[in-house]
Design a protein around this ligand. Structure first.
Ligand code: NAD
Length: 491
């Protein structure tokens, strides 16, 4: 188990000492307890990992897909066997409550399961007689060495959006987890090692910007999968594209929900509260702004205020706790400053989560916060807060509500709460976002569907998960064959 001590890098099937001399402490955000020390890998570490991945590629690529997925079947078994241990590790390094850690791990495992279908998913197609006596076939082949750079907020699930598909398709991989929550990925690598996965098929370099940048420019890395904030997504997209790589970048978000007057308010407010405050608002699908249409406003506001006040905040390892800390003191300060900005601009803070919580003075906690009627001039509507802060807005009609959310630069997710099929259809049809919920608070696509952010929430063409992942991690090769019939008469 990698905790307490300094961890190593996983390169070429071995746990190796880093080339870099830089280190970072990993702390439990609820208690500030030091959980471990990780190397902050540099270009030398990345070069070693890419070399190991490149060396493993020719054999791995020739391993039949049906044999490749056997390692994933074993991995799935190990993930199930170590489920509770992994969930606790996620909670310790990230802070989210155990139920949320279990939830993200389950979503991650679903991607392993989906990737086990590669022998079917990776098939190409063909057509006889595209011209007289000529046949055409499309074959999918792996790219070679691919890399993923992942964020802090889903230490297991987001790496598992990429890893299983990449290796099942026959690629070898270098994974760079977030420097804030890397311990889960190191443990996942240990479990994959236990499956007997050939050395070099997966390599893990912990680190921050330096390691990420080295991957973006390395000539042997064919593709980059990135998830993180939009400014970094832009840098990753521009740099990796300029270096000739295939790139998919999932960026930040500012998600709206629309609450119609005919919504089931009791159910809706519970679901919206879980979306806004779950994982302390540190989900890219978390609701940030709730727009109540017409008469929904008063009753909805009352319920959200009551719910925000009632949540029990504390250490996520305590099963009775309903919300954990945010990731760091820096993050807490940033979120509290944004609440202050909204208030200074004239927003009414109905529930104020700023301050400390008793017994956890060293933790980085922000309690659930509800702000109403923040004036557009404050600029808060444009900012991804990424904390447990829900802004309440109002609209006179569904058209007006859709216009409000359409004005956002982001397009990750949007949901409507209604009992009207017509309102739901209009919302689904017109809303410019990639993941749409109808009476759903966190519209997270299942593993066999693409995670479809739009606008500033996504740069690229092919998304993570499912068929998009298979397409992203493979080249298409088209073979056109002429076999004149008279040649067969020679025998
Ligand atoms: P981040 O952008 O700070 O970091 C993401 C990754 O990029 C990390 O591995 C980090 O080490 C690396 N990185 C950071 N700065 C870099 C730089 N200048 N150059 C190269 N690499 C760099 O994001 P975070 O704070 O870890 O995660 C939160 C963000 O991720 C939020 O904006 C959230 O919305 C977003 N997110 C999006 C999705 C999605 O599916 N769209 C999912 C989860 C999280």
């Amino acid at each position: 188990m990698i905790t307490e001590t300094e961890s190593k890098l996983f390169v070429g099937g071995r746990w190796v000492a880093p080339h870099s001399e830089r280190r970072a402490e990993i702390r439990n955000p609820a208690t500030a307890e030091v959980l471990g020390v990780i190397p902050l890998g540099d270009a030398g570490d990345v070069a070693a990992a890419v070399a190991a991945a490149a060396a493993a590629y020719p054999d791995w690529r020739r391993t039949p897909p049906g044999d490749r997925v056997q390692f994933l079947f074993r991995f799935k078994e190990l993930l199930e066997r170590h489920f509770e241990e992994l969930a606790a590790l996620i909670t310790r390094e990230h802070g989210k409550i155990l139920a949320e850690s279990r939830g993200e791990l389950r979503r991650g495992i679903e991607n392993v399961e989906t990737a086990c279908g590669i022998p079917a998913l990776m098939q190409g197609y063909n057509l006889e007689d595209v011209a007289r006596g000529i046949d055409e076939t499309m074959i999918r082949q792996p790219l070679g060495v691919v890399a993923a750079i992942t964020p802090f907020n889903f230490p297991a699930m987001i790496p598992l959006w990429f890893l299983p598909y990449a290796i099942a398709c026959g690629n070898t991989m270098v994974l760079k987890p977030s420097e804030k929550t890397p311990l889960t990925v190191l443990r996942l690598a240990q479990l994959l090692e236990e499956t007997g996965l050939p050395p070099g098929v997966l390599n893990v370099v912990t680190g921050a910007r330096e390691a990420a940048d080295a991957l973006l420019v390395h000539p042997q890395v064919r593709a980059i999968s990135f998830v993180g904030s939009t400014p970094v997504a832009r840098h990753v997209y521009a740099t990796a594209s300029a270096h000739g790589k295939r790139v998919q970048c999932q960026g930040g978000a500012k998600n709206y929900v629309v609450v119609m007057p005919d919504a089931d308010l009791e159910m809706s407010s519970k679901i919206i509260g879980e979306s806004a405050f779950g994982c302390s608002g540190q989900r890219c699908l978390a609701v940030s702004v709730a727009v109540a249409v017409g008469a929904a406003r008063e009753a909805f506001r009352e319920r959200m205020v009551e719910l925000a006040r009632s949540l029990r905040v504390g250490d996520g390892l305590d099963e009775s706790v309903q919300m954990g800390p945010v990731i760091s003191h820096e993050s807490k300060s940033r979120i509290e400053a944004l609440i202050g900005k909204g208030e200074a601009a004239g927003g009414r803070v109905l529930v104020d989560g700023r301050g400390t919580i008793e017994g956890f003075e060293r933790g980085s906690f922000v309690k659930p916060t509800v702000i109403e009627d923040v004036p557009p001039a404050s600029g808060l509507q444009e900012v991804e807060i990424f904390g447990p802060v829900l802004t309440l807005e109002r609209a006179a009609s569904l058209e007006e509500a859709i216009a409000m959310l359409a004005a956002s630069a982001y397009g990750n997710a949007a949901s409507i709460f209604t009992t009207s099929g017509a309102a739901a259809r209009k919302f689904r049809y017109e809303t410019p976002a990639g993941n749409i919920g109808v009476n759903i608070g966190v519209p997270a696509p299942m593993a066999s569907f693409p995670f479809s952010g739009w606008k500033d929430s996504f740069l690229g063409v092919l998304h993570g998960q499912g068929r998009d992942a298979v397409q992203f991690y493979t080249e298409q090769k088209v073979v056109i064959e002429r076999w004149p019939a008279e040649w067969s008469r020679r025998f």
